[in-house]
Design a binder for this molecule. Structure first.
Ligand code: BES
Ligand code: ZN
Ligand code: ZN
Length: 505
């Protein structure tokens, strides 16, 4: 099953045909200084008897602001949305939110198709193809509305088609622009996949339901090979750490492995590992009640793996990637793991579980050991792992920690490129001492109130010694908390950019 919202995104060059005859529900024009000299715009303005240029000078003051003009005589578009463009110097997040507003406006006024002319101004260091890709990605991922668990009369996204308009593109540049549209669309689809899985309530998104959805995806994308492991099979592999998390739940755990081979057979794969806790009560170390519902998004690492794999398959990307989704529900019951229990991980290291709410690292530990068999070139795990990362970095950046600086650098670079930012925290030898305990090789918590995000990574690093690895803590970025309460689909854009741009040598 595909999770794209739009049925189609097209690219059309309007230099020959002009804008006035364009049939669309909503024509969006991004206005900046250059626009006034654009022939298609001049023509349109003339037809409107200068109504457009007068509106621009009287109503569009602040960049990013917009004005909607319905039904202009002589113009075939049902509505015209004039948006004051940004400056080259404006940061990327402003560009993203500008097009996010365009997508919302399209749904708000019930447009079925929208046509967007982004104009020629691009942010510093980015070219027109970057802009086209960003428009395609941002609109696809923002026309998304979650409605599955609402009654049937609820508003669904009205926008079903997007046309990105260019002016003066031909030949190889037109082809490049078409590729950019396609890439943006596929990344947007991956974002929506992750948003949707995250937004589903936990009783609609158990490990077995995710398993069904992952298997269903192979119908759309036969190039994705899925293996799923049940608890018995995980037990056989010695995954005592992972299984300690699902012990207290009626819902059995699942580990899904998705293989995508689009590159040379000899090329080592990149491995992605995602935390998929479908609900985190904290277990016996139970969480406080306020906002506990937000723990349905504790599977966003796994959802990111799902989203990225679908993006790669959609694009037929020439890369080899293996994605592992570690899914379990963390509940408290008479069977649940208790503080002080000691379990044996797949790596052979024993773990004293001092806090059952530090469960993500227990799942990841065994998944990270499991991926060794693929002899991966790089391993990246993504997890809503610690509340501490929200305090350390705020909501705008994911936290990166790594045992390989090149990998960390490329992750941060891809975050800048895609507007899905990440920032590094240190992972030094000094941080390792905190995982010591009397009763096992490791404890699952350490460091008290200090540097909780780094100590979680230090624990993971005990399982990633044999390969180049980075950990991305997405607890702050994968979803918006109160009052918005919604999945963001992050870090699908970052990871897709990292893999598709082949930054990793
Ligand atoms: N799923 C939580 C982390 C989390 C917190 C995600 C807030 C999203 C928003 C994780 O399993 C957890 O509970 N971590 C504990 C670790 C602690 C017990 C060492 C935390 O951050 O409090
Ligand atoms: Zn927890
Ligand atoms: Zn958790």
């Amino acid at each position: 099953m595909a999770y794209k919202v739009l049925n189609n995104i097209l690219l059309k060059d309007v230099s020959a045909s002009g804008l006035a005859s364009l049939k669309t529900d909503l024509l969006v024009l991004v206005i900046n200084k250059e626009t006034k000299t654009n022939a298609s715009f001049k023509d349109l303005n003339k037809i409107s008897k200068n109504y457009i240029s007068k509106t621009i000078s009287s109503h569009l003051k602040e960049s990013g602001s917009s004005v909607l003009l319905p039904n202009i005589d002589g113009i075939h578009a049902k509505n015209l949305l004039l948006v004051k463009g940004l400056d080259k110097k404006d940061p990327i997040h402003k560009w993203l939110s500008m097009y996010q507003s365009v997508a919302h406006k399209g749904n708000h006024i019930g447009s079925k198709d929208i046509s967007v002319m982004p104009g020629s101004v691009t942010p510093n260091g980015k070219d027109e193809f970057w802009l086209i890709e960003m428009v395609s990605k941002t609109i696809e991922s923002n026309v998304y509305i979650f409605s599955e668990t609402k009654n049937k009369t609820i508003k669904k996204p009205s926008v079903k088609k997007l046309t990105v308009l260019t002016s003066g593109l031909s030949g190889s540049n037109l082809n490049k622009a078409k590729k950019a549209v396609k890439k943006g669309y596929a990344v947007g689809e991956g974002v929506n996949t992750a948003k949707y899985l995250g937004d589903l309530p936990a009783n609609h998104c158990t490990p077995r339901i995710i398993e069904r959805k992952v298997k269903a995806m192979t119908k759309d994308f036969p190039k994705l090979k899925v293996k799923s492991f049940n608890e018995k099979e995980m037990q056989k592999m010695g995954m005592g750490s992972f299984l300690s998390v699902s012990r207290g739940s009626e819902e059995p755990a699942r580990m899904m492995v998705i293989e995508y081979k689009g590159g040379k057979a000899s090329e080592k794969p990149i491995a992605l590992v995602g935390k998929g806790v479908t609900f985190d009560t904290g277990g016996v170390s139970i969480k406080p009640s306020p906002a506990m519902d937000e723990m349905k998004w504790d599977m966003c690492g796994a959802a990111t793996v799902f989203g990225v794999m679908s993006t790669l398959a959609r694009l037929n990307a020439d890369v080899n990637v293996v994605g592992v989704m570690g899914c379990a529900e963390n509940m408290c019951s008479s069977k649940a793991t208790k503080p002080g229990d000691v379990v044996t991980s797949m790596s052979g290291q024993t773990i004293e579980i001092l806090n059952t709410d530090a469960e993500g690292r227990l799942i990841l530990a065994d998944c990270l050991t499991y991926v060794e068999k693929y002899k991966p070139s790089y391993v990246i795990d993504m997890a809503t792992l610690t509340g501490a990362v929200v305090i350390a970095l705020g909501r705008h950046a994911s936290g990166v920690m790594a045992n390989d600086q090149y990998l960390a650098d490329k992750i941060i670079e891809s975050g800048e490129e895609s507007g899905d930012r990440a920032w590094q925290l240190p992972l030094w030898d000094e941080h390792q001492s905190c995982t010591k305990t009397k009763y096992a090789d490791l404890a699952n918590i350490g460091g008290g109130r200090e540097a909780g995000t780094i100590h979680a990574a230090a624990f993971l690093s005990k399982f990633t010694k044999n390969y180049k690895w980075a950990h991305i803590d997405i607890a702050a970025t994968a979803s918006y908390s109160t009052p918005v309460k919604a999945g963001t689909g992050r870090p699908v854009p970052l990871i897709s950019e990292l893999i598709l741009s082949k930054k990793l040598k």
